[in-house]
Design a protein around this ligand. Structure first.
Ligand code: URA
Length: 281
């Protein structure tokens, strides 16, 4: 079998598996790798013949809650794996939140119509926890439970997050928990760039007002939209910076529910934070 046919067949198998199981462990990097390998194979006179054994080890998919887009068919330009994420933050209508406090901000958010997500929401999920928190968690956006209750991270992923916080010897009520978007994206899909951009000023103001000592971003979505970075597998566990505040990207608890082995990585990340906060030596 030629390499082109081999890769076409492999992509086809992976795509069918993805349809059967939306949580197939195929990261965007691996999708890009496969696509680029197929493109390379179709253009090279003597094609390199990566075999399945030469593929990168199966790695956790980005921890999004929704299926990844299908691998790009050969012939279409795939997104460059390391390209800067310029699509992350399209311009949204400016909004002046300069003097708002958290109560005013929450009121504004509850009436917000800056993006389409407002049309299907039941309740906005503004934040949970303490405005004096040293530690702030930032997730993606509300799911069905959060949309019903109006509080971030109260569903299954939230319960796991609460356990993680407890394991850090912190009470959930002493941290501050927010999301990139405050309204539930339909079917728990990831927020679109324009939705994230419309909502981001609220989160930026929340961060400014809470002024945490450390931020933990949960999953690929806040990494992308708050920090303009991609590659959660590569970035997790490494300190980043948001306006002078140290940020630790880690996996999303929804991902841990699907891939319990990744809890080890998250626990390593949490230990770094505990050291930073002086909870652990
Ligand atoms: N996932 C999130 O990212 N946020 C929530 O509030 C709930 C689940």
């Amino acid at each position: 079998m030629s390499s082109v046919t081999l890769f076409d067949a492999l992509l086809d198998i992976l795509e069918r598996r993805r349809r059967d199981n939306p949580y197939i462990e195929l990261s965007p990097e691996n999708q890009t790798f496969l696509t680029q390998a197929a493109l390379h194979a179709s253009s090279a006179p003597t094609p390199a013949t990566p075999t399945p054994a030469a593929l990168p080890p199966t790695a956790p998919a980005d921890d999004d809650r929704t299926p990844k887009p299908a691998p790009q068919p050969p012939g279409r330009e795939p997104p460059a794996a390391e390209a800067p994420n310029t699509a992350a933050q399209p311009t949204a209508e400016p909004i002046d939140l300069g003097n708002t406090d958290l109560v005013e901000l929450e009121t504004m958010v509850s009436a917000c119509t800056r993006c389409e997500l407002c049309k299907e929401r039941n309740r906005t999920a503004f934040a949970d926890g303490s405005a004096d928190a040293d530690l702030m968690f930032i997730g993606e956006g509300p799911g069905a439970d959060e949309d019903r209750e109006g509080i971030p991270f109260v569903g299954a992923a939230g319960q796991l997050l609460t356990k993680i916080i407890g394991a850090m010897k912190i009470r959930r009520e002493d941290v501050y928990i927010a999301n990139i978007v405050k309204c539930r994206p339909p079917r728990n899909r990831n927020p679109e760039p324009d939705e994230a951009a419309a909502c981001l000023p609220y989160l930026e103001r929340q961060i400014e007002l809470v002024a945490p000592k450390v931020i933990i971003t949960l999953g690929a979505v806040p990494l992308r939209f708050l920090l303009d970075q991609k590659g959660i597998r590569r970035q997790r566990g490494n300190w980043l910076d948001y306006k002078g505040i140290p940020v630790m990207p880690t996996f999303h608890p929804s991902y841990l529910l699907r891939v319990p082995d990744a809890k080890r990585d998250v626990w390593n990340d949490m230990q770094q934070i505990m050291v930073r906060l002086g909870i652990q030596k």
